[in-house]
Design a protein around this ligand. Structure first.
Ligand code: HAM
Length: 430
């Protein structure tokens, strides 16, 4: 629908939110199907959590000074005065569910995935929505760098199945509680000496979260960030070896990556590995199709248990936009095999039950019970590329027979109703 005809309507979808129309559903179905299959192959189990969560969970988990928490949460207060938010991301909610439901007593790693909407009150633009959809994966309980690499492998494997190529991993390590403080100090000193050249947001962030200055998109801040000290030069031995391990596994898998010293990600919980995957041909648009990293201290922060974890989330809206932009044909239109044509009152009545029988038998069937003429119904069958039309009129209903019309040759044959399923299945096989 054009914007013009949209604006005539009194009611519209809320800003930054949109309807996913029937014509787009095949893309969503295909992407979800590939994700469910791949998640199984990689050993993930599905978990669904509420769309609403306690506000405090994200203040503590995502971080009080992140853009998400400072500016982007949809807040509501219930009649009981509970402060809830529409989830702006999955991770803290999945960890809450893991702790609350005693999943920590399962053999580790515990691998969980979810698919669903997230809500962020940001400025809507291409590929950025206020309601968007993520497939989120978390691997809880182990430090091994192979797990970080396997998540990236999982993403590339999903993309391969969807025909998406030319993607590049952006990867960095932002250290741990041992090595990050000294890096933070170096970075703060560097930025203090360049403070005048920074945007007002960065001047403010410098005190609370200096790492975030590295990924500011303001041109003047980008050029200052280019000369900033790099995290990987300040990593402790443990973080450095871990990062080397991740990169070696990526080399082994032949997954394309570049070290991006300015990639810090906008969420507070990350330690060690952080990564995003971008389309290769986006000339500077830097649109992340997925993003994630290791978060070895979040579980302790939310539940006192010192358990490491790593995860990432795929932006489904962006994956689908890219599939469309690149005109990738992923939608296999499989036409129904038979179209049930009904004529006259008795034919119409008897067709109702026959429709049920045909679809229970596993045949892909179409019909249009509200259309009464044979011409209109055959035209529809033709449009749908159906192989056979089954015609049930007054005479056939009385004789307990049905006409099978081959839609390619136009030839017709009368078959006893009791044999129709077997007969059609035989003909389709041929
Ligand atoms: P994130 O980078 O905020 O990470 O989001 C992951 C992906 O979701 C992004 O790369 C993007 O594709 C998509 N996305 C996020 N916000 C929007 C939006 N407003 N419109 C369209 N797409 C969007 C997280 O959410 C972390 N929880 C990922 C994670 C899981 N880290 C560890 N485990």
């Amino acid at each position: 629908m054009s914007n013009k005809s949209k604006s005539k309507n009194k009611f519209q979808a809320p800003k930054g939110m949109r309807d996913i129309l029937p014509k787009d559903q095949p893309y969503w179905e295909k992407v979800r199907q590939v994700i469910h299959l791949s998640a199984k192959v990689f050993g993930f189990e599905r978990i669904d959590t509420p769309i609403l969560e306690e506000k405090e969970l994200f203040i503590k988990g995502t971080g009080a000074y992140t853009d998400i928490v400072e500016k982007e949460m949809y807040n509501l207060t219930t009649k009981g005065r509970d402060k809830l938010v529409l989830r702006p991301e999955f991770t803290p909610a999945i960890i809450r569910a893991y702790l609350e439901n005693g999943l920590s007593s399962l053999p580790h790693p515990v691998k969980l995935y979810s698919i669903g909407p997230i809500f962020r009150y940001g400025r809507p633009q291409k590929g950025r929505y206020r309601q968007s959809y993520q497939a989120n994966f978390e691997v809880i309980g182990e430090q091994d760098p192979i797990l970080d690499a396997q998540l990236i492998q999982l993403f590339f494997s999903i993309c391969k199945k969807l025909g998406l190529k030319k993607l590049i991993t952006q990867i960095n390590s932002i250290g741990c509680s041992e090595c990050r403080p000294s890096y933070r100090k170096k970075l703060t000193t560097y930025y203090r000496s360049n403070k005048k050249g920074l945007c007002s947001d960065c001047q403010r962030r410098l005190k609370q979260n200096p790492l975030r200055l590295l990924d500011c998109k303001e041109p003047k801040c980008i050029s200052i960030a280019e000369e900033a000290p790099q995290t990987i030069d300040s990593l402790c031995d443990n973080c450095s070896n871990h990062f080397k391990g991740v990169l070696e596994y990526l080399d082994e898998l032949e997954i394309p990556y570049i070290l991006n010293s300015r990639l810090v990600r906008g969420l507070d919980y990350y330690t060690k590995t952080v990564f995003e995957v971008w389309p290769e041909d986006e000339d500077g648009r830097q649109i992340s199709l997925c993003g994630g990293g290791r978060y070895d201290k979040l579980i302790k922060l939310l539940g006192k248990k010192d358990i490491p974890a790593v995860g990432f989330a795929i932006g489904l809206d962006r994956i689908i936009n890219l599939i469309k932009e690149r005109e990738i044909k992923i939608v296999s239109k499989s036409a129904p095999s038979v179209f049930l044509v009904q004529l006259g009152d008795l034919g119409k009545k008897k067709s109702l039950k026959l429709f049920e029988e045909l679809q229970q038998s596993g045949l892909k069937i179409a019909s249009s019970f509200s259309k009464n003429t044979i011409k209109t119904q055959l035209k529809l069958a033709d449009k749908m590329n159906v192989r056979f039309a089954l015609i049930l009129g007054q005479k056939e209903a009385i004789d307990k027979s049905i006409i099978v019309r081959d839609m390619i040759s136009g030839s017709q044959e009368v078959i006893p109703l009791s044999k129709i399923v077997r007969e059609i299945k035989k003909r389709i096989k041929k």
